[in-house]
Design a protein around this ligand. Structure first.
Ligand code: 4NP
Length: 160
């Protein structure tokens, strides 16, 4: 079975990237694919905290439990340990590229680039909005996650 190490990244690691991790974990269980997943934030505000309760509820509605996750900040070693580092928006991507060591092997890309329907590849930050934003985030992340797994399973992606 093919295996990949994947890190999802947003700003705070309490809304989007924990949800993306949970959704990818859930999709991988239905595929002939082994994903080792983690998530992290570019900022340090929420280190050690569980995901935002609105993210937990949005995911619980589709049978995915992300309540056990704990926020952490991206580390330089992540760029050597993960095959893929998936940014939720352009600011996250720019911040990741600033700290990515030149000799690191991770592919650092925008998660949304795997889905052509995505809003310029960005997953909107739902933190300052209402609960409907979290349902939207879940649906958007699910579309992108399906497209990403399709990419991993595609014949073109044989180098890892
Ligand atoms: P996330 O959302 O990056 O999707 O986890 C945010 C969480 C917290 C903050 C901003 C965005 N904050 O400013 O604390």
């Amino acid at each position: 079975m093919r295996s990949f190490k994947v890190l999802t990244v947003c700003l705070g690691n309490i809304c989007r990237s924990p949800a993306a991790q949970g959704i990818l974990e859930n999709i991988a269980t239905t595929q002939q694919l082994h994903l080792e997943l983690d998530s992290a934030g570019t900022a340090a505000y929420h280190i050690g905290n569980p995901p935002d309760s609105r993210s937990i509820s949005a995911l619980r509605k589709v049978g995915i439990d992300i309540s056990g996750q704990k926020a952490r900040q991206v580390r330089v070693v992540d760029f050597h340990e993960f095959d893929w580092i998936l940014a939720m928006d352009r600011a996250n991507l720019a911040n990741l590229r600033k700290i990515q060591p030149e000799d690191s092997s991770a592919k650092v890309v925008m998660f949304g680039e795997f889905n052509e329907q995505a809003n310029f590849g960005e997953v909107d930050d739902p933190y300052y909005g209402g609960t409907e934003g979290f349902a939207c985030m879940r649906e958007h992340l699910t579309d992108i996650a399906n497209a990403f797994v399709l990419h991993l399973n595609s014949k073109d992606n044989t180098n890892r």
